[in-house]
Design a protein around this ligand. Structure first.
Ligand code: NAI
Length: 336
């Protein structure tokens, strides 16, 4: 059998971490038949809880799971890792300014970027889930000059899934019949869920929507806010933030990245921009991407109408602002 893949999970004792590790151990992260070792990283005060999770993982008797180690030191946790699920982050507390939030998280993601740089395996790749996810990924990459920049990505797959599900519901189609949805920009309320290239059962989405009496107004006033503010809706209805759906999205993100997207189809990932669609190079922004041989490529040559352009520009402007803020706070590493 092959050597196990080491996966480091940060914030492993948190809600999303807890929901992620059991499915990863069951094969939903790297695919069936791929053995793995889990490195659970937590803050010292949550280390004991992570040790409890490790005991439960043992009790799962997962055939693919070759070991679980618990850490409260990033350097040790990233040692030998090929995959990073960077979930742990500092939440915004009451009265916290945005600069304070960026600064607290930069403290976390700079340390983890350096740990990845110094100790991770050559094929290390990471998805940042912890918010502000795009900028946290940018910070980590800036502190890991020896790791190819494109290995630091951020999660917008949950937004992608939300958009797919809303389009399916609105048209009365099955989720499996929806294709070509894209999320652009920041994982924030400014994100742009784009239906202009989407299809429903092979037909252009606008056509399928028109049949239900839904036009551009519905997209702008109902669909986009519904997707962009779904996190708040979940909090209101469930009484807690999105957890299992976020864990599911993170698993899908990594699995597609490593194993490839289906032929003729794309997904959404926040990746360092290659400069396409006017997004400044290096900025970690969501795009429609295809994955093959372990690399994610921005889907080239899509036509964007004026509405799409304006929406993307607005979200990208927010990412530029976040980058400027962390740069001015002196929080970026040697790669800048
Ligand atoms: P949580 O608060 O339940 O868990 C976070 C865990 O991270 C805590 O156990 C904490 O001790 C740990 N942690 C904090 N700093 C750490 C560090 N330096 N090293 C290791 N562990 C550390 O939060 P939850 O619900 O699991 O959410 C995690 C993050 O994911 C949040 O930032 C949340 O906003 C974000 N999120 C992102 C989504 C996305 O689509 N990108 C969707 C949903 C949540």
């Amino acid at each position: 059998s092959s050597r196990p893949v080491t996966v480091v999970v940060t914030g492993a004792a948190g809600q999303i971490g807890y929901a992620t590790v059991f499915r990863a151990a069951a094969g939903d992260l790297l695919g069936p038949g791929v053995p793995l070792r889990l490195h659970l990283l937590e803050l010292p005060q949550a280390r004991r809880a992570a040790e409890g999770t490790a005991l439960e993982l043992q009790d799962g008797a997962f055939p693919l799971l070759e070991g679980v180690d618990v850490f409260d030191d990033a350097a040790a946790a990233f040692e030998g890792a090929s995959v990073g699920l960077l979930i742990g982050a500092r939440p915004r507390s009451k009265g916290m300014e945005r600069a304070d939030l960026l600064e607290a998280n930069a403290g976390i993601f700079s340390v983890q970027g350096r740990a990845a740089n110094d100790g991770a395996a050559d094929d290390f790749r990471a998805v940042v889930v912890g918010n502000p996810a795009n900028t946290n990924a940018y910070i980590a990459a800036s502190h890991a000059p020896d790791v190819p920049r494109e290995r630091f990505t951020a999660l917008t797959r949950l937004d992608h899934h939300r958009a797919v599900a809303q389009l399916a519901a609105a048209t009365g189609a099955r989720v499996a019949d929806v294709d070509g949805v894209a999320i652009w920009g920041n994982h924030s309320a400014t994100q742009y869920p784009d239906l202009t290239h989407a299809t429903v059962g092979g037909r252009p989405a606008p056509e399928a929507l028109a049949e239900k009496g839904l036009g551009a107004d519905w997209v702008a006033e109902t669909f986009i806010p519904r997707v962009a503010k779904r996190g708040a809706e979940i909090i209101e209805v469930r009484g807690g933030s999105s957890v299992a759906s976020a864990a599911h999205a993170a698993l899908c993100h990594v699995r597609d990245w490593v194993r490839g997207t289906p032929d003729g189809s794309w997904t959404s990932m926040a990746v360092p921009s290659d400069g396409s669609y006017g997004v400044p190079e290096g900025l970690v922004s969501s795009f429609p991407v295809t994955c093959r041989d372990g690399a994610a490529t921005v889907v080239p040559g899509l036509e964007l109408d004026g509405f799409s352009r304006a929406r993307i520009e607005r979200s990208v402007a927010e990412l530029v602002e976040e980058r400027t803020a962390v740069r001015e706070l002196g929080l970026l590493g040697p790669r800048g």
